[in-house]
Design a binder for this molecule. Structure first.
Ligand code: HEM
Ligand code: HEM
Length: 168
Protein backbone atom coordinates (compact mmCIF):
# COMPACT_ATOMS: atom_id res chain seq x y z
CA UNK A 1 0.00 0.00 0.00
CA UNK A 2 1.38 3.46 -0.91
CA UNK A 3 2.22 5.77 2.03
CA UNK A 4 -0.50 8.38 1.33
CA UNK A 5 -3.12 5.71 0.86
CA UNK A 6 -2.00 3.97 4.06
CA UNK A 7 -2.18 7.25 6.02
CA UNK A 8 -5.67 7.93 4.66
CA UNK A 9 -6.85 4.43 5.67
CA UNK A 10 -5.27 4.83 9.12
CA UNK A 11 -7.00 8.19 9.76
CA UNK A 12 -10.30 6.82 8.45
CA UNK A 13 -10.03 3.73 10.72
CA UNK A 14 -9.16 5.90 13.75
CA UNK A 15 -12.22 8.13 13.02
CA UNK A 16 -14.46 5.03 12.82
CA UNK A 17 -13.09 3.68 16.08
CA UNK A 18 -13.40 7.04 17.89
CA UNK A 19 -16.94 7.59 16.57
CA UNK A 20 -17.91 4.11 17.74
CA UNK A 21 -16.56 4.71 21.26
CA UNK A 22 -18.28 8.14 21.48
CA UNK A 23 -21.58 6.39 20.58
CA UNK A 24 -21.39 4.77 24.05
CA UNK A 25 -21.46 8.20 25.72
CA UNK A 26 -25.16 8.94 25.26
CA UNK A 27 -25.30 11.34 28.24
CA UNK A 28 -22.61 13.43 26.54
CA UNK A 29 -23.96 13.44 22.97
CA UNK A 30 -27.74 13.44 23.57
CA UNK A 31 -30.08 11.12 21.64
CA UNK A 32 -30.27 13.06 18.33
CA UNK A 33 -26.48 13.39 17.96
CA UNK A 34 -26.14 9.75 19.02
CA UNK A 35 -28.44 8.62 16.22
CA UNK A 36 -26.60 10.67 13.55
CA UNK A 37 -23.20 9.59 14.87
CA UNK A 38 -24.30 5.93 14.82
CA UNK A 39 -25.52 6.25 11.22
CA UNK A 40 -22.23 7.97 10.24
CA UNK A 41 -20.12 5.19 11.81
CA UNK A 42 -22.20 2.49 10.09
CA UNK A 43 -22.09 4.29 6.71
CA UNK A 44 -18.31 4.79 7.16
CA UNK A 45 -17.90 1.07 7.91
CA UNK A 46 -19.75 0.24 4.68
CA UNK A 47 -17.40 2.49 2.67
CA UNK A 48 -14.46 0.85 4.50
CA UNK A 49 -15.84 -2.59 3.53
CA UNK A 50 -16.19 -1.51 -0.12
CA UNK A 51 -12.51 -0.42 -0.13
CA UNK A 52 -11.64 -3.96 1.00
CA UNK A 53 -14.02 -5.70 -1.40
CA UNK A 54 -11.12 -7.15 -3.44
CA UNK A 55 -9.78 -8.76 -0.22
CA UNK A 56 -13.24 -10.20 0.58
CA UNK A 57 -13.62 -11.56 -2.98
CA UNK A 58 -10.15 -13.14 -2.80
CA UNK A 59 -10.87 -14.76 0.57
CA UNK A 60 -14.23 -16.14 -0.59
CA UNK A 61 -12.64 -17.64 -3.73
CA UNK A 62 -9.90 -19.42 -1.73
CA UNK A 63 -12.06 -20.18 1.31
CA UNK A 64 -11.26 -23.93 1.51
CA UNK A 65 -7.48 -23.26 1.53
CA UNK A 66 -7.33 -20.32 3.98
CA UNK A 67 -4.77 -20.17 6.78
CA UNK A 68 -6.08 -20.08 10.38
CA UNK A 69 -5.17 -16.40 10.74
CA UNK A 70 -7.11 -15.44 7.60
CA UNK A 71 -10.10 -17.52 8.72
CA UNK A 72 -10.13 -15.75 12.10
CA UNK A 73 -9.78 -12.34 10.39
CA UNK A 74 -12.67 -13.18 8.09
CA UNK A 75 -14.99 -14.35 10.89
CA UNK A 76 -14.09 -11.32 13.00
CA UNK A 77 -15.29 -9.14 10.12
CA UNK A 78 -18.46 -11.27 9.84
CA UNK A 79 -18.99 -10.73 13.60
CA UNK A 80 -18.64 -6.98 13.08
CA UNK A 81 -21.10 -6.98 10.17
CA UNK A 82 -23.57 -8.93 12.37
CA UNK A 83 -23.12 -6.49 15.27
CA UNK A 84 -23.50 -3.34 13.17
CA UNK A 85 -26.61 -4.75 11.45
CA UNK A 86 -28.16 -5.50 14.87
CA UNK A 87 -27.25 -2.04 16.19
CA UNK A 88 -28.78 -0.39 13.12
CA UNK A 89 -32.09 -2.33 13.21
CA UNK A 90 -32.63 -2.01 16.99
CA UNK A 91 -31.42 1.62 16.93
CA UNK A 92 -33.92 2.57 14.22
CA UNK A 93 -36.74 0.79 16.09
CA UNK A 94 -35.89 2.80 19.24
CA UNK A 95 -35.20 6.02 17.37
CA UNK A 96 -36.95 9.34 17.78
CA UNK A 97 -37.11 9.43 13.96
CA UNK A 98 -39.60 6.52 13.67
CA UNK A 99 -41.09 7.22 17.12
CA UNK A 100 -42.78 3.78 17.17
CA UNK A 101 -45.33 3.11 19.95
CA UNK A 102 -43.28 0.28 21.53
CA UNK A 103 -44.86 -1.80 24.30
CA UNK A 104 -41.60 -3.68 24.93
CA UNK A 105 -39.20 -0.73 24.69
CA UNK A 106 -36.90 -2.23 27.34
CA UNK A 107 -36.33 -5.44 25.32
CA UNK A 108 -35.26 -3.44 22.22
CA UNK A 109 -33.15 -1.16 24.39
CA UNK A 110 -31.35 -4.13 25.99
CA UNK A 111 -30.91 -5.78 22.57
CA UNK A 112 -29.38 -2.53 21.24
CA UNK A 113 -26.92 -2.49 24.15
CA UNK A 114 -26.14 -6.23 23.71
CA UNK A 115 -25.32 -5.73 20.00
CA UNK A 116 -23.17 -2.70 20.91
CA UNK A 117 -21.17 -4.68 23.48
CA UNK A 118 -20.76 -7.64 21.10
CA UNK A 119 -19.45 -5.25 18.42
CA UNK A 120 -17.09 -3.58 20.91
CA UNK A 121 -15.58 -6.93 21.94
CA UNK A 122 -15.14 -8.01 18.28
CA UNK A 123 -13.65 -4.61 17.42
CA UNK A 124 -11.03 -5.00 20.16
CA UNK A 125 -10.09 -8.44 18.73
CA UNK A 126 -9.93 -6.94 15.20
CA UNK A 127 -7.66 -4.13 16.46
CA UNK A 128 -5.34 -6.74 18.00
CA UNK A 129 -5.28 -8.72 14.73
CA UNK A 130 -4.31 -5.60 12.77
CA UNK A 131 -1.87 -4.33 15.40
CA UNK A 132 1.22 -4.74 13.19
CA UNK A 133 -0.43 -2.86 10.30
CA UNK A 134 -1.57 -0.09 12.68
CA UNK A 135 1.94 0.19 14.21
CA UNK A 136 3.63 0.40 10.80
CA UNK A 137 1.10 2.96 9.53
CA UNK A 138 1.60 5.16 12.64
CA UNK A 139 5.41 4.94 12.29
CA UNK A 140 5.19 5.87 8.60
CA UNK A 141 2.95 8.81 9.52
CA UNK A 142 5.61 10.32 11.80
CA UNK A 143 8.78 9.19 10.05
CA UNK A 144 8.32 10.13 6.42
CA UNK A 145 11.52 9.45 4.41
CA UNK A 146 13.53 12.67 4.07
CA UNK A 147 13.93 14.07 0.53
CA UNK A 148 17.50 13.05 -0.33
CA UNK A 149 19.40 14.60 -3.25
CA UNK A 150 19.52 12.31 -6.28
CA UNK A 151 22.56 9.95 -6.28
CA UNK A 152 23.43 11.44 -9.70
CA UNK A 153 23.90 14.90 -8.16
CA UNK A 154 26.07 13.49 -5.41
CA UNK A 155 28.21 11.59 -7.93
CA UNK A 156 28.90 14.64 -10.13
CA UNK A 157 31.83 16.96 -9.23
CA UNK A 158 30.78 20.48 -8.11
CA UNK A 159 29.72 22.84 -10.89
CA UNK A 160 28.99 20.02 -13.31
CA UNK A 161 25.26 19.87 -12.56
CA UNK A 162 23.26 19.11 -15.68
CA UNK A 163 19.80 17.89 -16.46
CA UNK A 164 18.56 15.92 -19.44
CA UNK A 165 16.53 19.00 -20.50
CA UNK A 166 19.65 21.21 -20.59
CA UNK A 167 21.35 18.77 -22.98
CA UNK A 168 18.67 19.21 -25.65
C1 HEM B 1 -15.33 0.80 13.80
C2 HEM B 1 -15.23 0.09 12.73
C3 HEM B 1 -13.99 -0.49 12.08
C4 HEM B 1 -12.65 -0.25 12.30
C5 HEM B 1 -12.03 0.70 13.32
C6 HEM B 1 -11.90 -1.09 11.36
C7 HEM B 1 -10.50 -1.16 11.29
C8 HEM B 1 -9.79 -1.86 10.34
C9 HEM B 1 -8.36 -1.88 10.19
C10 HEM B 1 -7.37 -1.14 11.11
C11 HEM B 1 -8.05 -2.65 9.12
C12 HEM B 1 -6.63 -2.93 8.53
C13 HEM B 1 -6.12 -1.73 7.85
C14 HEM B 1 -6.89 -1.23 6.65
O1 HEM B 1 -6.58 -1.70 5.53
O2 HEM B 1 -7.79 -0.38 6.79
C15 HEM B 1 -9.28 -3.15 8.58
C16 HEM B 1 -9.40 -4.00 7.49
C17 HEM B 1 -10.58 -4.55 7.08
N1 HEM B 1 -11.83 -4.32 7.61
FE1 HEM B 1 -12.29 -3.10 9.10
N2 HEM B 1 -12.78 -1.83 10.61
C18 HEM B 1 -14.06 -1.49 11.02
C19 HEM B 1 -15.24 -2.01 10.56
C20 HEM B 1 -15.34 -2.99 9.61
C21 HEM B 1 -16.56 -3.65 9.22
C22 HEM B 1 -17.96 -3.37 9.83
C23 HEM B 1 -16.23 -4.55 8.26
C24 HEM B 1 -17.08 -5.55 7.52
C25 HEM B 1 -18.23 -5.91 7.78
C26 HEM B 1 -14.80 -4.46 8.06
C27 HEM B 1 -14.09 -5.20 7.13
C28 HEM B 1 -12.74 -5.10 6.91
C29 HEM B 1 -12.04 -5.86 5.90
C30 HEM B 1 -12.68 -6.86 4.93
C31 HEM B 1 -10.70 -5.51 6.01
C32 HEM B 1 -9.52 -6.07 5.17
C33 HEM B 1 -9.26 -7.43 5.54
C34 HEM B 1 -8.78 -7.64 6.92
O3 HEM B 1 -9.63 -7.73 7.87
O4 HEM B 1 -7.56 -7.73 7.07
N3 HEM B 1 -14.28 -3.51 8.90
N4 HEM B 1 -10.33 -2.66 9.35
C1 HEM C 1 -22.20 2.97 16.31
C2 HEM C 1 -23.18 2.44 16.77
C3 HEM C 1 -23.96 2.58 18.07
C4 HEM C 1 -23.59 2.27 19.34
C5 HEM C 1 -22.24 1.74 19.81
C6 HEM C 1 -24.72 2.53 20.19
C7 HEM C 1 -24.76 2.31 21.56
C8 HEM C 1 -25.80 2.65 22.39
C9 HEM C 1 -25.81 2.49 23.82
C10 HEM C 1 -24.64 1.89 24.65
C11 HEM C 1 -26.98 2.97 24.30
C12 HEM C 1 -27.42 3.05 25.77
C13 HEM C 1 -26.77 4.27 26.35
C14 HEM C 1 -27.20 4.63 27.76
O1 HEM C 1 -28.32 4.33 28.17
O2 HEM C 1 -26.36 5.25 28.46
C15 HEM C 1 -27.76 3.43 23.16
C16 HEM C 1 -29.02 3.97 23.21
C17 HEM C 1 -29.74 4.35 22.11
N1 HEM C 1 -29.35 4.32 20.78
FE1 HEM C 1 -27.59 3.63 20.10
N2 HEM C 1 -25.75 3.00 19.42
C18 HEM C 1 -25.33 3.06 18.11
C19 HEM C 1 -26.05 3.45 17.03
C20 HEM C 1 -27.36 3.89 17.06
C21 HEM C 1 -28.16 4.24 15.89
C22 HEM C 1 -27.66 4.15 14.45
C23 HEM C 1 -29.38 4.62 16.36
C24 HEM C 1 -30.59 5.08 15.59
C25 HEM C 1 -30.63 5.46 14.36
C26 HEM C 1 -29.35 4.55 17.80
C27 HEM C 1 -30.40 4.89 18.64
C28 HEM C 1 -30.38 4.79 20.01
C29 HEM C 1 -31.49 5.16 20.84
C30 HEM C 1 -32.83 5.75 20.38
C31 HEM C 1 -31.11 4.88 22.16
C32 HEM C 1 -31.97 5.01 23.42
C33 HEM C 1 -31.96 6.35 24.01
C34 HEM C 1 -32.79 6.32 25.27
O3 HEM C 1 -33.94 5.85 25.25
O4 HEM C 1 -32.27 6.75 26.29
N3 HEM C 1 -28.11 4.08 18.18
N4 HEM C 1 -27.02 3.22 22.03
Amino acid sequence: MKNNQQTFHLLFDISLFTGFIIAFLLDWTGVINHQWLGIAVIAGSLIHLLWHSAWVKNVLQRFAALSDKLLITFFVDVGLAFGFTGILITGLILSTWLNLPLRNYLIWFNLHIAFSIETLVVLVIKTMLHWRWIGTAIRNLFHRPALLPSPLLIALPQGQFHSSRAEK
